[in-house]
Design a protein around this ligand. Structure first.
Ligand SMILES: Cc1ncc(COP(=O)(O)O)c(C=O)c1O
Length: 434
């Protein structure tokens, strides 16, 4: 697809938004200083938050583009506003790329976030009061999977399934039994802290048995699916919800995939039911990320993310912090830090003191209401984008072990390590020059 009237040289022309960093520095040095400091923070520490990644300069350029100015309520070809011809092209590109990449009949790329994508799925398929089955929060479920603090727990009747005590794996027998007893309208498969592949075929079978919709929340794993490093939920789920900013390495946002049968219901659930005008700059950036995710290089990246996570899980086990389920199939690791004499919150603090950024995390053994959770949650999506591989994972395992034991001097070596793997190398994002 090309834009009429643009020359092949258009892409090399200076644009108002690449010059914007300097304008921002002059106009608002206080805020520019915050951006620069955050850039320094991201690039001078070890980024192990499982939900984060480094978006490419191309994705960041689309985010900072004039598409941020455009109102485009509706869908391509059917907008409430004038002047949408070009943003229509951006959204069509994103939709076409999502459908091609994931083999889906329909994609909606407008959800503002992963939570908005889940809200749209519920809005399309359920009415308030319906019963829904989802992973219990202390076992790895997300807030949108029935937390009483979230709309989901307030408006629907959620029943939580969990993982087996002996293996840490999803207890599919429990899911089946709960489904038979509670007769849910929908079953949600997906988690924020489950390191293993999910058996989507088993969930489909259970959903079919009780005539329930199957909603897969693939927020964490969609990038691995794109890169062929994790099984796809698309052939099994009625609706797949996801974020675009985790392993998929796009802008912060959400998307929904579904079959043709539910396409109109999903679209209407996103707009006008739960959202207003779409963020067209984010949708353009999603198109860029989906283009990147379709490349052989991204397949290599996704495979390396998993190889790195496996190596890091083994290194953590050797340090005395056993990973849940004994390891991982994905980018994500949850590990029990209590054998090292520390709880999750203190572990996160000790790591931060050593320039290692990760999350604390409740473990199933902490249920139902942990006062001081026992775990940490970390992932390899960002460090793999930086080019780190198994040898670096072994080193990170050692540094983590020292940090978790309270040795903040590990921070010097962390700084040395990350300095060798800058996330932005050849193409310098504009904010670096501020
Ligand atoms: C499984 C799952 N669903 C939904 C979300 C929500 O995404 P967002 O924070 O973009 O709303 C997350 C985010 O961590 C998630 O992991």
């Amino acid at each position: 697809m090309t834009v009429a009237g643009t020359s092949p040289h258009a892409s090399t022309r200076a644009t108002p938004w690449t010059a914007g960093a300097e304008a921002l520095r002059r106009q608002d040095p206080e805020l520019a200083g915050v951006l620069l400091a955050e850039y320094e923070r991201q690039t001078s520490r070890l980024q192990l938050v499982a939900a984060e990644n480094f978006a490419s300069p191309a994705v960041l350029a689309a985010l900072g583009s004039p598409l941020a100015n455009k109102y485009a309520e509706g869908y391509p070809g059917q907008r409430h506003h004038g002047g949408c011809e070009l943003v229509d092209m951006a959204e069509r590109l994103a939709v076409e790329r999502a459908c091609a990449l994931f083999g889906a009949e329909h994609a909606n790329v407008q959800p503002y976030s992963g939570s908005a994508a889940v809200l749209a799925a519920y809005a399309a398929l359920l009415v308030p009061g319906d019963t829904v089955l989802a992973m219990a929060l202390p076992h790895g479920g997300h807030l949108t999977h029935g937390s009483p603090a979230n709309f989901s727990g307030r408006w629907f009747d959620f029943a939580g399934y969990g993982v087996r005590e002996d293996t840490g794996l999803i207890d599919y027998d429990e899911v089946r039994e709960l489904a038979r007893n509670r007769r849910p309208k929908a079953i949600v498969a997906g988690a924020i802290a489950y390191p293993r592949h999910i058996d989507y075929a088993a969930f489909r079978e259970i959903a079919d048995e009780v005539d329930a919709y199957l909603i897969v929340d693939a927020a964490h794993t969609l990038g691995l699916v794109a890169g062929g490093a994790a099984p796809s939920p698309v052939p099994y789920a009625d609706v797949v919800c996801a974020t675009t900013h985790k392993t998929l390495r796009g802008p912060r946002g959400g998307l929904v995939l579904c079959g043709r049968r539910l396409a109109r219901r999903i679209d209407r659930a996103v707009f006008p039911f739960t959202q207003g005008g779409p963020q067209m700059h984010t949708i353009a950036a999603t198109a860029v990320a989906l283009g990147e995710a379709a490349t052989p290089a991204f397949r290599g990246y996704a495979r390396q993310v998993v190889a790195n996570a496996r190596a890091l899980a083994a290194a953590l086990a050797a340090q005395g912090a056993p990973p849940q389920t004994g390891g991982t199939d994905t980018h994500l690791i949850t590990a029990d830090v209590t054998p090292l004499g520390v709880g999750g919150p203190a572990a996160r603090g000790r790591c931060a003191a050593a320039r290692i950024v990760l999350d604390k995390c409740p473990l199933p053994k902490d249920a139902p209401a942990p006062r001081d959770c026992s775990g940490i949650r970390l992932g390899t999506a960002a460090v793999t984008t930086q080019g780190m591989r198994e040898p670096e994972m072994a080193r990170i395992g050692d540094l983590l072990g020292r940090a978790l034991r309270g040795d903040a001097s590990a921070g010097g070596e962390v700084a040395e390590l990350v300095a060798g793997f800058p996330p932005y190398r050849d193409e310098v994002p504009p904010f670096r020059e501020m």
